[in-house]
Write a protein that binds this ligand. Structure first.
Ligand SMILES: *Cc1c(COP(=O)(O)O)cnc(C)c1O
Length: 374
């Protein structure tokens, strides 16, 4: 069976298919867990598993031994809990008014981000007579979420908070993707000092890139997201993670121009006579960034076809001059992301990061999950 046939299988209508290799996600989790050991390795599956499907991803990682998942929204946590009864699920957004019933009902852990949220949760615990599991977030210098140093110190002066059996005490690094940035060490030192006041909680600072900053950043728990999905967590040319996604669209039509022609919106690109233009079924409404117009290549068979002109809402045009006519049959699959163009390559061509590419792949792109039966 050719790669094209396997894509057709089960999706004869699909114009765009995102293939998600669950075995590669599991392998990436194991790589990160081994690197962080003896620290626990959680997994971040917010934004529907960075667009790849939180439920299949978390199910595969639960089988591999992951015991703690982070989502961003309460609704994401409820959906994940309905699929997976066992693992701990933490909600990064924290606890908003009138939500504690849902947290308790679905056994979700709030990440408590300010003194009011801590007080609200402690009230619920007092009402139930048990310390309901929760995570405390301290702001060590990113100024985004978590208790300020002053708030953390005053919470440390209470009786309940230092004695509380926190599932984790966490903070987040602003510059972990820049290993020699002085903020990394400054945040690490600030967090260690603040977290000492809550000795019951395993400490957690590192997300994907933080795991590559050195042993001092692993602490008791790490929280990778992007690296699980194949985004390069380092600045190194060679990505230590396995690729996870491939994205394919179909060739809709191909033509050879017999005179110089402008291609696409704005007539931004002009091609000489004899150029073959292939039009494929993907555009910015599918999550292919408009900023990537005129940049990079996509692959048909063994040919790399340059992107020509602007990306339209539903269509993209490629220079297929190198491809024999016999290989330009409508319906053939063109690889948009995969062996010929990595997620990080497309991100660079789009002036963004792999995170935004993944989470931007539209719902109308069919997801196809491979593997995962560990
Ligand atoms: C998103 C997020 C993570 C995961 O970050 P990656 O860079 O994707 O590994 C970890 N912790 C917090 C608080 C986050 O918001």
């Amino acid at each position: 069976m050719t790669a094209d046939d396997s894509l057709d299988h089960g999706s004869p209508m699909a114009p765009c298919v995102l293939s998600v290799d669950l075995d590669a996600i599991v392998a990436n989790w194991r790589t990160l867990a081994a690197r962080a050991a003896p620290a626990e390795c959680a997994a971040v599956v917010k934004a529907d598993g960075y667009g790849l499907g939180a439920v299949p991803v978390a199910r595969a990682l639960t089988r591999a031994g992951c015991r703690l998942f982070f989502v961003a929204r309460l609704e994401e946590g409820i959906a994940l809990r309905q699929a997976l009864p066992a693992p701990d699920i933490a909600v990064l957004d924290g606890l908003l008014p009138r939500q504690s019933g849902a947290f308790i009902g679905y056994r979700l852990l709030p990440v408590l981000n300010d003194p009011g949220q801590v007080a609200g949760w402690f009230d619920r615990c007092a009402g139930s007579g048990v310390a309901l599991p929760a995570i405390l977030q301290l702001d060590s210098g990113m100024t985004r979420a978590g208790l300020t140093p002053a708030q953390a110190l005053s919470l440390a002066d209470t009786r309940a908070a230092p004695a509380f059996p926190w599932r984790a005490v966490i903070s987040h690094l602003a510059c972990a993707d820049t290993p020699d940035h002085p903020r990394n060490e400054a945040q690490r030192a600030a967090f260690v000092a603040l977290a000492a006041a809550f000795p019951q909680g395993p400490r957690s600072l590192a997300a994907s890139s933080g795991i590559f900053l050195g042993n001092g950043y692993m602490m008791d728990l790490v929280r990778p997201g992007a690296a699980l999905y194949g985004v390069n967590p380092t600045r190194a040319a060679v990505n230590p993670m396995q690729p996870v996604v491939r994205l394919h669209a179909r060739l809709l039509q191909a033509r050879c121009v017999d005179s110089a022609q402008a291609v696409g919106y704005g007539a931004t690109a002009t091609v000489p006579p004899g150029t073959k233009i292939a039009t494929i079924s993907i555009g910015y409404a599918d999550g292919l960034p408009r900023a990537s117009g005129g940049r990079g290549t996509m692959r048909l068979g063994n040919w790399n076809l340059p992107v020509i002109g602007r990306i339209s809402m539903d269509l993209t045009t490629l220079d297929a001059s190198a491809v024999p006519d016999a290989d330009l049959q409508p319906g053939r699959w063109v690889e948009v992301l995969g062996a010929g163009r990595s997620l990080d390559d497309l991100a660079a061509d789009s002036d963004t990061i792999g995170y935004e590419i993944l989470t931007g792949i539209a719902p109308r792109v069919q997801r196809r999950h491979l593997g995962g039966e560990v």
